[in-house]
Design a protein around this ligand. Structure first.
Ligand code: SF4
Length: 207
């Protein structure tokens, strides 16, 4: 990573992976619109964004944990990081012992169709790269889906890392050029809070 290149936030990764055009409207065009999905996510994130730390049945749970990865020049905030005692884990001095770490990303819905979940997976992979770097360990990762009140563990492949690298590269390119990416072919728009802003421009879609 070249030090003159712009840092990329985990939130940027998620927006861009969901729809590069949406990312451009928000980050380059400074447009923002909220719908029921955005507001439901905010309500569910109310506790996750509180910056609190709680102890629960021998586990410690921290909310709004700031993380970064210098090698990728990524940064952001974790909804929730769980510390569970484990003799094979890493030393966490403030809790006095060794712990296994799990990143939990809250989602207000249920597991999504593949195209939408790709963005969430890229967001979670960016979180993991940052947390692994900060804590020098291999964090477990999972989504917590509010509609079904269930955790779903996630694992990543080398292809996922390649996909994230491409996204980070494109975000840097677009940030430097100030260009809003076009609407991708076969873009999945259901549930997008930017539809009212974006749809009049639908003619810009790639042929
Ligand atoms: S409406 Fe569709 S094309 Fe437009 S920003 Fe949202 S997801 Fe992208």
């Amino acid at each position: 990573m070249n030090s003159s290149e712009p840092s990329v936030s985990i939130r940027d990764v998620q927006h861009f992976a969901y729809c590069p055009h949406r990312w451009g409207l928000i980050r380059i065009g400074c447009d923002w619109s909220e719908n029921v999905f955005v507001n439901k996510a905010k309500l569910l994130h109310g506790r996750a964004d509180s910056g609190t730390s709680v102890s629960l049945r021998g586990k410690y749970i921290e909310h709004s944990v700031r993380v970064y990865n210098d090698e990728w020049d990524l940064f952001g905030v974790l909804d929730c990081l769980q510390f569970e005692r484990d003799v094979h884990g890493i030393e966490i001095p403030k809790y006095g012992g060794k712990f296994r770490l799990t990143i939990v990303e809250y989602k207000p819905s249920r597991p999504k169709r593949e195209s939408a979940s790709f963005a969430d997976r890229m967001q979670l992979l960016a979180q993991k790269l940052c947390a692994d770097s900060v804590f020098q360990t291999d964090c477990a990762v999972c989504f917590y889906y509010g509609d079904i009140r269930k955790r779903v563990p996630v694992s990543f492949t080398a292809e996922d890392e390649d996909a994230l690298k491409a996204i980070v590269r494109e975000i840097r390119t677009c940030t430097e050029s100030g260009a809003i990416p076009p609407v991708p072919k076969k873009q999945y728009c259901s549930g997008c809070s930017m539809k009212d802003i974006c749809l009049p421009k639908i003619g810009e879609r790639n042929a």
